[in-house]
Design a protein around this ligand. Structure first.
Ligand code: F6P
Length: 341
């Protein structure tokens, strides 16, 4: 068989582990040929690719980013994009495409699959917000990075008796904030799923100071917003692809909390450091398992499907189901966290 693989959307630790696994399973076990498209769907649309053999994937397991490059280009956004993609798949004699990506990439995968292309998707995102899979690789690494940062920030916050408002990634969902906040013992966690009231937040932090504590750490997802009418708030602009940029919620919150508490408050935006660098062991294993199962799905003709983790097993779920809605933080998970804040 001839299989094309690509990585699309925001990068994420573990992408190289999937690519490596796909090549090993396909080339060694099935005698397939694998090509890798450069910069996501853009590579497929421009026929820009390279052959991936065992040498090409040697030594990449622990490397962050993606050796293939990534972009946010989606075939459906370009006039004639879907037809062009179909034409190139036929010209290149591809039997299957394995796109590795998040929400936007998987939606494009579904669209191309509906248009007749043989596709098996692999989910990735540090945000952990793809439904139909219990976990996405990249999430564990992002939480580990954020937790380490929070541990470090506690010591400087304490020295200066400050409130630090730490903004973590998570445009639509609060998984990184919830898990890193719990792991580091933050004093408040603010997520997009629960619009915040700045007065309530100030009261929570204020109570801590009244109890004699010298500092406070507030973790906030970049996509968090205030409850309507509770605070002046400027939402983020959009980028060239129409994606919402982060709003600088930590900057805005630090000003508001400083005013209300009479304590020094500082924003800390962790940003892309959460996406960079080597994946954790957990993410390497999950990514490797996804790659293995994606190749199996190709050989079993299970097109239009996506690999997913359910419990401890890897299964296949229809792409159509996976892109229906995002996996948000359920209220009871927040309640559990609240108890230890
Ligand atoms: O979806 C992953 C993610 O890292 C989000 O958490 C974040 O909002 C976004 O990508 C940032 O995207 P970009 O790298 O395009 O700024």
């Amino acid at each position: 068989m001839r299989i094309g693989v690509l990585t699309s959307g925001g990068d994420c630790p573990g992408l190289n582990a999937v690519i490596r696994s796909v090549v090993h399973r396909a080339v060694v076990d099935h005698n397939d040929e694998v090509i890798g498209f450069h910069d996501g769907w853009k590579g497929l649309l421009e026929c820009d690719y390279r052959k991936l053999d065992l040498d090409a994937v040697s030594g990449i397991l622990a490397r962050g980013g993606t050796i293939l490059g990534s972009s946010r280009v989606q075939p459906a956004h370009l006039r004639g994009g879907v037809e062009q993609a179909k034409g190139h798949v036929a010209d290149l004699g591809l039997d299957a495409i394995i796109p590795i990506g998040g929400e936007g990439t998987l939606k494009a995968a579904r669209l191309l699959s509906d248009a007749g292309l043989p596709i098996v998707g692999v989910p990735k995102t540090i945000d952990n917000d793809i439904s139909s899979t219990d976990v996405t690789f990249g999430f564990d690494t992002a939480v580990t990075v954020a937790t380490e940062a929070l541990d470090r920030l506690k010591t400087t916050a304490e020295s200066h008796q400050r409130v630090l408002i730490v903004e973590v990634m998570g445009r639509h969902t609060g998984w990184i904030a919830l898990h890193s906040g719990m792991a580091a013992g933050a004093h408040a966690i603010v997520v997009p799923e629960r619009p915040f009231d700045v007065e309530e937040l100030a009261a929570v932090v204020g109570k801590r100071f009244e109890a004699g504590k010298k500092f406070a750490i507030v973790v906030v997802s970049e996509g968090a917003k205030p409850r309507e009418g509770t605070m002046e708030f400027s939402s983020g602009a959009t980028d060239v692809y129409g994606h919402e940029r982060f709003s600088g919620v930590a900057n805005q919150l630090s000003v508001e909390l400083e005013e209300r508490l009479g304590k020094e408050a500082r924003p800390v935006i962790l940003g892309h450091v959460q996406r960079g660098g080597t994946p954790t062991a957990y993410d390497r294993v999950l990514a490797t398992r996804f790659g293995w199962h994606a190749v199996e799905a190709v050989h079993n003709g299970r097109f239009g499907m996506m690999t997913a983790l359910r419990g401890t097993d890897i299964t296949l779920v229809p792409l159509a189901d996976a892109v229906q809605h995002l996996k948000t933080v359920p209220a009871d998970r927040y309640t559990e966290a609240e108890c230890v804040l």
